[in-house]
Design a binder for this molecule. Structure first.
Ligand code: MLC
Ligand code: AMP
Length: 500
């Protein structure tokens, strides 16, 4: 028995005095300090009862403390469950009741709201406020700064990441130690991340991209992270001349392109700009190269699978493609109905197999079974095509999903919330193009009442109460009837065309 995540990501840094995190106020945290902080947090959690396999929900803002919780979770063998900090009480309640964690880490204001829910599942709340204060950190000085990592199997769970998968109902994707480690090893080798690198990190740390892709590859290589708390274009631009890598969603790049401070002089020390989580437009790729001389490297991933493919670091980066399968990952294109493998050049379902693929959805064996082929391939819900050089292009999604600024939005969740209002007869939510965020949701509604303004007010109120801000439709339209095909299915494509 061992603990491969600990041995690869944390143990090598026990005596490493190199800077790990550079914060917005220019203060720094060395690797050694980070490990010591994580160890005291691990002691704190273990003193109040955490055991391997217990679940730890973290809904806390981005800071060295919330990142140390991730490391403490590796040390204690608990299952790390980060949540989007903007989730409403209703959304958070679902995750708590589903995961039944031993601990919930959140700030003071959420703690008050969550008390009842947490006690209903016997979870203990620990406070971590935005400024680092709270019951989690109050007594850390009293604990030893070394924690002996517990034994974990490579197949044991390291994290549960909630995602809506292919249907819209939130599910916890069970990720093992091996899933996480194998993927970060592939990426760090492919992108040649090394201890001289300084990564600009302006992503949230509650998703695969900002946590596992960005942080794990840095820990593996001993790179330094410029740890920007919230997305801030000025801070990114300020960091570029003294950094080497940026990882972002396409919105990062379209926003950078709109800023006239972006030029080849600014970016001359950078060696790699990486984009993922949503489609990067070919124009963005071309324009970015024209202005900076750098070709953005696009890669493709998913919560359930970590990263699957990437354009090469050395080699041709093809705009509009998500590159080649990672070295230990097998990607096939199939007929969605039969699972039969299609020929190169044919569009079909992207299916994936490899050490990166999650263990299944927490407590949902039936759902898990449906998403895998009997031969072990995971059915992604993304449609793709391979070109003659083996580069993959994502041409669409079979799953009804909107990706807005890299966040996934499931129309069904919004539709269900709108349909709760008595007057609503039916509604459809679709994504329309948005210059800044790629796509944004809009709602098309049929109601029985004549007081549409009142209806709209009530709909918006319900949406705000139940759904995180990023899921709120940007516009609402009332029509007499939704367009349907001969099978009676709502024609979302038509709505998309009509309202774009
Ligand atoms: C913020 N808002 C959004 C939004 N982000 N609305 C829709 N979609 C989004 N992505 C809301 C805010 O609440 C705000 O509302 C308004 O839009 C304007 O916000 P902003 O100031 O422009 O937002 P900003 O803080 O600048 O954030 C934009 C962003 C952010 C693109 C930087 O969304 C972001 O960090 N996205 C990355 C998400 C991510 O990490 N995805 C990876 C998932 S993993 P108001 O009304 O208050 O003004 C994955 C797998 C893989 O997909 O392959 O990586
Ligand atoms: P999530 O469930 O939040 O992890 O989002 C995963 C989904 O994001 C994938 O299934 C894809 O649909 C999409 N995605 C990720 N990377 C890319 C990319 N480079 N291009 C297009 N879509 C992407």
């Amino acid at each position: 028995m061992s603990n491969i995540l600990y041995e690869s990501l944390l143990e090598p840094h026990l005596n490493n005095d190199k800077v790990f995190l550079v914060h917005d106020d220019n203060s720094q945290t060395t690797y050694r300090e980070f490990l010591e902080l994580a160890s005291t947090v691990a002691h704190q959690l273990s003193e109040i009862g955490i055991q391997p396999d217990d679940k730890l929900i973290v809904k806390a803002s981005k800071s060295k403390y919330s990142l140390a919780l991730y490391a403490a979770s590796i040390l204690t063998g608990s299952v790390y469950i980060p949540l989007n900090t903007t989730y409403t009480l209703v959304e958070t309640e679902y995750f708590i009741k589903d995961a039944k964690p031993l601990f919930i880490i959140c700030d003071d204001s959420s703690a008050k709201e969550l008390e009842k829910i947490s006690s209903s599942v016997d979870a203990k709340i620990l406070i971590l406020n935005d400024d680092g204060s709270g019951s989690l950190t109050n007594d850390l000085d009293f604990f030893p700064n070394y924690f002996k990592a517990v034994d974990r199997n490579a197949n044991d769970l390291a994290s549960l990441l909630y995602t809506s998968g292919t249907t819209g109902q939130s599910k916890g994707a069970m990720l093992t130690q091996e899933n996480l480690l194998s993927n970060s090893q592939s990426l760090y080798l492919l992108w040649e991340i090394n201890e001289k690198d300084i990564l600009i990190h302006a992503l949230p740390i509650f998703h695969t991209h900002g946590l596992f892709v960005a942080v794990n590859t840095s820990l593996l290589s001993g790179a330094t992270i410029r740890f920007i708390k919230n997305f801030n274009l000025d801070l990114i631009i300020e960091a570029i001349p003294s950094s080497t890598i940026l990882m972002g969603v396409p919105t990062f790049y379209t926003r950078l392109l709109k800023d006239n401070r972006l030029n080849s002089e600014l970016t001359k020390n950078m060696r790699l700009f990486i984009s993922g989580s949503a489609p990067l437009m070919t124009e963005t790729h071309i324009e970015f190269e024209k202005i900076t001389g750098h070709q953005i490297l696009e890669r493709y991933g998913m919560t359930e699978t970590n990263m699957n493919s990437s354009n090469p670091y050395n080699g041709i980066r093809k705009p509009g493609t998500v590159g080649l399968p990672l070295n230990d990952i097998d990607i096939i294109i199939t007929n969605p109905d039969t699972g039969d493998i299609l020929n190169q050049g044919e569009v079909g379902m992207i299916e994936i197999k490899g050490p990166n693929i999650f263990k299944g959805y927490f407590n949902m064996p039936e759902k898990t079974k449906k998403e895998f082929r009997p031969n072990g391939y995971f059915i992604t819900g993304d449609m793709g095509i391979f070109d003659e050089d083996g580069y993959l292009t994502i041409v669409g999604r079979e799953k009804d999903l909107i990706i807005s600024g890299g966040y996934n939005i499931y129309p069904k969740e919004i539709e269900d919330t709108i349909n709760e209002l008595g007057e609503v007869l039916e509604c459809a939510v679709v994504g329309v193009p948005n210059e800044d965020l790629g796509e944004v949701p809009i709602a098309v509604i049929v109601t029985s009442s004549r007081k549409k303004e009142k209806d709209l007010e009530n709909i918006k109120k319900n949406i705000q109460l139940k759904l995180a801000k990023f899921k709120n439709p940007h516009s609402y339209f009332f029509i007499d009837e939704l367009p349907r095909n001969t099978m009676g299915k709502v024609q979302k494509n038509k709505l998309r065309d009509d309202y774009s």
